[in-house]
Design a binder for this molecule. Structure first.
Ligand code: SAM
Ligand code: SF4
Ligand code: SF4
Length: 338
């Protein structure tokens, strides 16, 4: 397929697409879907509001024609969406797409890892915020211990998928787990990425004071390990990577709060209800689902996506303050998928 390169107002090309396939989740992580806000009465999207796999395939093809090389599936919990390997298979057949990843809490990987790999999935990022069962159960709000997630990681590796581990660090919650997680991941050959706690959505009660910065995490690691910085492998690489000296293992940091990386942000997001978001923190989505369902042609869809991207000037993390975090209208993480 002929690829065009489109750039936004800050000259950033469109390279990545993150697709949230479902807004539901089997966890209620405190920093993402707090149980008191996402209780039994919470109304999730009806099935008819979700883009079908055929619609997602069509939109993904158009994005790839406009420059997207990588797609990541996320949620809510993406493995709760029925028959996800069918979608992966459809996406993996798109000419020009180089990479398909999945972000998951890992619990359903023992059931799906082999099928996902066979369908063309390349990598998974598994979220795990603690190795302590009691604490992990409190964080995920469902009292699920670490074993189901560790089993998920093992299943993904056995299936031949690339595996990274994501740990959100929140002050006073799991900062004591920084070192045990590093030791565990290093010993088991897993790349760990520490994620700074972010002010996504408006339900998690985020405060700047709750953020443990990359610098603070790095200081903890330095007490035990010798680290050397690695150069970014490509424009737009989000994680800042360090190698444990004298080994092949590395560790990464997603510094969305303390060292923003908006100037190289090449990522577009498609929410579970079919809206395009040009920034994780921009509450104004652009409808694509109804446009498509009302009979838009591929050319019209491509024109619309192009004009959305060309009109993009987002750099929220560059501008974030305690005040913007509290006052800006923002989309919930479970809709947009991180
Ligand atoms: N359910 C899947 C999972 O947990 O991996 C996929 C969706 S989840 C919204 C995607 C990523 O966002 C996860 O790595 C999660 O830890 C991260 N995340 C959620 N809330 C966050 C927050 N407030 N700050 C930083 N990262 C967050
Ligand atoms: Fe669910 Fe993932 Fe959010 Fe946790 S971080 S509540 S697993 S969507
Ligand atoms: Fe990209 Fe928005 Fe995050 Fe900046 S704040 S890196 S523009 S998603």
């Amino acid at each position: 397929m002929e690829k065009s390169i489109i750039k936004d107002k800050l000259n950033r090309p469109l390279r990545d697409l993150r697709i949230s396939v479902i807004d539901r989740c089997n966890f209620r992580c405190q920093y993402c879907m707090p149980a008191d806000k996402f209780g039994p009465d919470f109304v999730f999207l009806p099935k008819s509001a979700l883009l079908t796999y055929e619609e997602l395939e069509r939109i993904a093809k158009i994005f790839v024609g406009l420059g997207v090389e990588k797609i990541r599936l996320t949620g809510g919990e993406p493995l709760l969406r029925k028959d996800l390997p069918i979608l992966v298979k459809k996406l993996s057949q798109i000419e020009g797409l180089k990479d398909i990843g999945l972000t998951t809490n890992g619990v359903l990987l023992p059931k799906f890892a082999e099928q996902l790999k066979a369908a063309g999935l390349i990598r998974v990022n598994v979220s795990l915020d603690s190795l302590n069962d009691k604490l992990f159960g409190e964080i995920n709000g469902r009292n699920v211990g670490t074993q189901p997630v560790l089993d998920g990681i093992a299943a993904a590796r056995k299936a031949g998928l690339g595996v990274k581990v994501n740990m959100v660090v929140k002050k006073g919650l799991n900062d004591q787990e920084i070192l045990p997680m590093a030791e565990y991941c290093k010993e088991n050959g897993l790349q760990l990425r520490y994620i700074e706690y972010m002010d996504v959505g408006s339900t998690n009660g985020w405060k700047m004071d709750d953020v443990v910065t990359k610098k603070q995490i790095y200081e903890v690691l330095k007490g035990k390990f010798e680290l050397e910085a690695l150069e970014p492998a490509y424009f737009g690489e989000v994680a800042k990577l360090y190698r444990y000296k004298g080994t092949d293992s590395d560790v990464g940091f997603i510094t969305s709060v303390s060292e923003s990386f908006c100037s190289s942000c090449t990522r577009s997001r498609l929410s579970a209800n079919g809206q395009i978001f040009t920034c994780l923190f921009n509450g104004n989505g652009h409808d694509i689902r109804n446009f498509l369902r009302n009979g838009a042609t591929d050319e019209e869809l491509a024109e619309r996506i192009t004009s959305i991207w060309q009109g993009r000037g987002d750099r929220y993390s560059d501008e974030r303050t305690e005040e913007t975090a509290a006052t800006r209208k923002k989309i919930e993480m479970s809709y947009i998928g991180g």
